[in-house]
Design a protein around this ligand. Structure first.
Ligand SMILES: Cc1cc2nc3c(=O)[nH]c(=O)nc-3n(C[C@H](O)[C@H](O)[C@H](O)COP(=O)(O)OP(=O)(O)OC[C@H]3O[C@@H](n4cnc5c(N)ncnc54)[C@H](O)[C@@H]3O)c2cc1C
Length: 435
């Protein structure tokens, strides 16, 4: 308010000048907009600051919650009394890092000509550089009855909370999909005292890893915990006679009464905005090793980014490690650092008392060496023809996993006999290192 006696016009002009100055200030500093305030987006924002970027950082996210990591959603957040969620960036950190966090803000359009992102409210936010970290959403099968309230997916805090509240002792849970999220949900439902059936259309669990050995290991683990596994079958409809009574109809027309359905059949990447804006996409936003899209002002990272190698191969990773590392890499690349992002794929899962860890690209081959597949442990290593490690799968063997992961990154060649001998330390299995 103007002080008493102040000329109202000069006060208004002053306010106007301030506004113009603020606008000028914002226009004159570089603005990085990060779209998607999940794991990759949060790491990109934090990295811009830790690398000394002093311009504006605007982090736009459709969710209301502070940025968080998703792995706990299908694990400890499904426990009867879940631990408090840990956030990737607290309100205090967002403030101290001067990150402008726009929560509950859905972007509906990217205007590459005027370099704006447009929100549902119609507000346009200008960028100099844009980082797309829009992740993905849970896929749903196109079957009748899929939209009923007893059907659950797991992608957000709200999803986990909603499912947790229904996992009551004795509830009949049907899990559709034998991938990681389906298996973790099955384990959580068992722990809550539910009776669990898991249906998988293919012949293996975690099909994308392509490892029958891992599939067998996981199948034994789940069966020993009471999960009924149905392979080679599919649910073609869900019938709901009342809000609490549902039936799953299988392709062979058998019927199963269920209380809760959890769908874990994979992810659909959120690349529609990028496609509409004319960015090159191929089941994800195509990026190079510098995390650059086909528009040099736009970068992408995390689940939505598909890395195209110079030889044309496309790799899109859906993992905690990649979301963090690629978010960091994109921010550094955007600031002009020389980045060559060629990740070794890494993934982990926790089911019952078992920690499963995977590194490298699993390809079904004959060159598989195993070691110590007893006592709940598993180490399966796939070798290339020249004796290097292509991939490693470990269960409850975190120390060996760390070594194997490094061996992959370093291109180490191993001695097969030593590798197979569990009495030999895994580090003693190295035959030679890449020169
Ligand atoms: C239940 C679950 C368990 C998992 N467990 C493991 C595990 O054990 N190990 C492992 O390695 N990985 C695990 N993952 C995978 C890992 O969590 C993901 O790879 C990671 O979260 C990807 O991060 P992201 O930032 O790319 O995407 P997300 O975390 O999906 O973040 C994307 C964000 O962008 C927002 N967004 C999308 N479109 C828009 C828009 N138009 N406007 C504004 N905002 C938008 C979304 O709302 C979301 O908040 C798990 C994933 C899930 C869902």
């Amino acid at each position: 308010m103007p002080e008493q006696g102040t000329d109202i016009r000069s006060w208004e002009e002053g306010v106007l000048n301030c506004l113009q100055w603020e606008e000028y200030f914002h226009m004159s500093v570089e603005t990085v907009v990060i779209l998607g305030a999940g794991q990759a987006g949060a790491w990109a924002a934090r990295t811009l600051r830790s690398e000394g970027f002093s311009g504006r950082v605007i982090l736009i996210g459709a969710e209301a919650a502070l940025p968080y990591e998703r792995p706990p959603l299908s694990k400890e957040q499904l426990q009867r009394t879940p631990p408090a969620m840990q956030y990737l960036l607290s309100t205090a950190e967002l403030g101290s890092l001067d990150i402008e966090w726009r929560r509950s803000s859905q972007c509906v359009r990217i205007d590459r000509t005027s370099r704006n992102v447009v929100l549902t409210s119609g507000e346009a936010i200008a960028y100099d550089k844009l980082v797309l970290c829009t992740g993905g959403r849970a896929r749903l099968p196109a079957i009748p009855g899929i939209n009923a309230s007893c059907v659950h997916t797991l992608r957000t805090i709200e999803d986990a909370e909603r499912l947790r509240l229904t996992l009551n002792d004795g509830a009949r849970v049907l899990v559709m999909g034998g991938g990681w999220i389906g298996l973790e949900a099955a384990a959580a439902a068992c722990a809550a005292g539910c009776s669990v059936t898991l249906v998988e259309t293919g012949p293996l669990l975690c099909t994308r890893t392509g490892s029958p050995m891992l599939s067998d290991f996981l199948a034994k683990l789940h069966r020993s915990n009471g999960v009924e596994l149905r392979f080679g079958e599919s649910v073609v409809a869900l019938e709901h006679s009342t809000a609490t009574s549902s039936r799953a109809v299988y392709a062979d027309r058998t019927i199963q009464d269920v209380d809760i359905v959890v769908v874990g059949i994979g992810l659909e990447q959120n690349d529609a905005l990028a496609r509409a804006a004319g960015l090159e996409c191929d089941r994800g936003i195509l990026v190079d090793q510098q995390c650059r899209t086909s528009d040099r002002s736009i970068f992408a990272a995390g689940d939505v980014a598909a890395i195209r190698s110079p030889s044309g191969e496309v790799l899109r990773l859906e993992s905690w490690q990649n979301a963090q590392d690629q978010g960091i890499a994109a921010a550094r690349a955007l600031l002009g650092h020389d980045i060559d992002y060629q990740p070794v794929p890494v993934f982990w899962s926790q089911q019952y008392e078992v920690l499963v860890q995977i590194a490298g690209a699993c390809v079904q081959g004959t060159n598989t060496v195993t070691r110590g597949a007893e006592g709940g442990k598993l180490i399966a290593v796939e070798l290339t023809d020249d004796g290097r490690i292509a991939s490693a799968i470990c269960a409850n063997s975190p120390r060996d996993f760390r070594h194997l992961r490094n061996f992959i990154a370093e291109g180490v060649c191993v001695d097969v006999a030593r590798l197979a001998d569990a009495s030999v330390p895994i580090t003693a299995a190295i035959a030679s290192r890449a020169s």
